[in-house]
Design a protein around this ligand. Structure first.
Ligand code: ADP
Length: 520
């Protein structure tokens, strides 16, 4: 066990004892401490994989086994890092924040219970989007999913990191309605109406009585979610919409100022995402098909890409869901609003129940092809996301784009950016695609990322989610009141998890036991 990564202050002998205790409690077939196991739980996209090497992994299959594992973790003070399916690619995947942690892999917990009358599904963490999609197809249930751009992951894990989809149910974390959680000391709690024995309303009324805790377990290290109820969108009678392309970078301002009010009025109920020309090119082609010049793509290549795919500088897809008559009426409003700001192309799309359907995020179909973009540069591809939150203000969005685009050019990287609408905010998701076999490029990524965080901070824009490497950096940028929120988080952390065994460092929340591990 000489090469095993260990948490600070740990000895190999102690980890070996912990491993034996896990094997005794769960069975050897659920405990993985071989060198190859450790490699499979690394984050292949991280700038430096070694920073997040786990010591091993365990895969319990029931809530009782999760409790048993937590008990052992407390006994030996082993940090556990829970994952559902571990496909949080670009943010850490299966790997823990603190090297030497043991990954608590919940992907074998795959139960699905479906309340078809109410459109509520009770899921265990291992249920992937494909699993749930197949279940719905098999049982011919009239519900649609809200799938993220890369749908390998789990429904619960995605919502726990505030992942998004494209339908009116696209803010996935809002679809939680009651959870079952194993606390770091091993007790099990049910939130919302789950606290009331046998309440038929567990999956229907999210708040329960008194404080509502679901969001407390989201992006936190306060508990292990072993089950959750989630709301699904009833299959709509009709889907209408348009794919709209705009010619100039400056058109971003009018796009945001036109779509924002429609979204806030809830005339538009899904969350459209405005994206640039690289989205299509990076998925369907590779960089060397366009140019062999290093540095950011120049305008002549951008024009060639746009011409080949017949796309604008920016594109956006708007979709309406529900009754056909209502959609038809709203479509007219959308069409006028978008035509008024002079798109270069407006392509309508329409579907009614019974017709063949497009398989895309707008119909809640799981997909993985967008991940093809990591092959853009060649070599071993990877990406991380830089995703600050902005108000729905066209001028501010345009300024943010201009600042960011200038930085991409300065650091010689190709720009892949999008502005995704929430109800009142925009998430400006910037994908940093890289080639891990290009040491020169890899040397630029960290300073580039830190510069973008500092630029955004100067405008008052904080990130909504971040990679393991930057959890402390981002937590530190939430600095109001001398970091009062972080202090509260850590007070709660220490109260719930006195031994600091659950995901130390997650979201920049460190228990006292690992205080020294916070990074600058
Ligand atoms: P996915 O299965 O969708 O790929 P991940 O398993 O990668 O999602 O998890 C996303 C994030 O949420 C990770 O940071 C992970 O630590 C956290 N997480 C995932 N599942 C759980 C869970 N069941 N309980 C608590 N935290 C979790």
């Amino acid at each position: 066990m000489a090469d095993i990564p260990l948490p600070p202050g740990f000895t190999a002998a102690k980890m070996s004892q912990a491993q034996k205790a896990f094997e005794a409690a769960l069975g050897a077939d659920k405990v993985f401490f071989e060198a190859l196991d450790r490699i499979s739980y690394q984050d292949k996209f991280a700038i430096d994989e070694a920073r997040h090497h786990p010591a091993g992994a365990i895969a319990p299959t029931s809530v009782e086994e999760v409790q048993a594992a937590v008990k052992i973790a407390n006994q030996f003070r082993v940090p556990l890092w829970p994952i559902s399916r571990g496909k949080n690619l670009g943010y850490g995947g299966t790997a823990p924040e603190l090297a030497g942690s043991v990954v608590l892999d919940l992907s074998r917990m795959k139960k699905i219970e479906f309340d078809a009358a109410n459109g509520v599904v009770t899921l265990e963490p291992g249920v992937g989007f494909y699993d749930l999609y197949d279940y719905i197809q098999q049982h011919k249930l009239p519900y649609w999913l809200s799938t993220p751009g890369n749908s390998w992951g789990s429904v619960i894990g995605n919502a726990l990191d505030r992942g998004v989809g494209y339908t009116p149910y696209g803010e996935n974390t809002k679809n939680f309605c009651g959870m079952e959680v194993v606390l770091p000391t091993g007790e099990v709690v049910r939130t919302g109406m789950g606290a009331f024995s046998n309440a038929p309303t567990w999956g229907l009324y999210p708040f329960g009585y008194g404080p509502a805790w679901d969001q407390m377990f989201v992006q936190s290290n306060f508990g292990i979610v072993t089950k959750a109820n989630m709301w699904l969108m009833p299959e709509p009678e009709s889907l209408m919409g348009m794919d709209v392309e705009f010619d100039r970078p400056e058109d971003l301002k009018a796009m945001v100022d036109t779509i924002g009010p429609l979204r806030r009025e809830r005339l538009l109920q899904q969350s459209p995402s405005i994206g640039n020309w690289l989205r299509a090119a990076a998925v369907l082609t590779t960089r060397k098909e366009w140019t062999d010049k290093p540095g950011a793509l120049d305008d002549s290549v951008i024009s060639a890409i746009r011409k080949k795919f017949n796309i604008g500088w920016w594109g956006v897809s708007l979709r309406l869901y529900g009754r056909e008559e209502v959609n038809k009426a709203v479509y007219k409003v959308l069409e006028k609003a978008m035509s008024d700001i002079k798109p270069m192309l407006l392509k309508p799309t329409t579907w009614v129940k019974g017709q063949p359907m497009e398989y895309s995020g707008w119909t809640g179909t799981p997909m993985t092809f967008p991940m093809q973009n990591i092959n853009w540069y060649g070599g071993r591809g990877g990406h991380i996301g830089f995703s600050p939150l902005l108000p729905q203000d066209g001028t501010k969005a345009l300024e943010q784009f201009q600042r960011t685009y200038a930085r991409y050019k300065e650091y010689g990287m190709d720009y892949q950016g999008s502005f995704a609408f929430g109800e009142r905010h925009l998430v400006n998701v910037n994908a940093m695609i890289f080639d891990k076999d290009n040491p020169q490029m890899m040397g630029r990524i960290d300073p580039f990322f830190r510069t973008l965080v500092a630029d955004a901070k100067a405008q008052g824009y904080g990130e909504y989610r971040t990679h393991l490497d930057y959890m402390d950096l981002v937590a530190e940028s939430y600095d109001w009141g001398g970091g009062a929120l972080r202090k509260l988080n850590e007070k709660v952390k220490n109260a719930l998890d006195p031994n600091g065994i659950l995901a130390p460092g997650k979201s920049g929340i460190w228990p006292t036991t690992y205080n020294g591990e916070r990074k600058a």
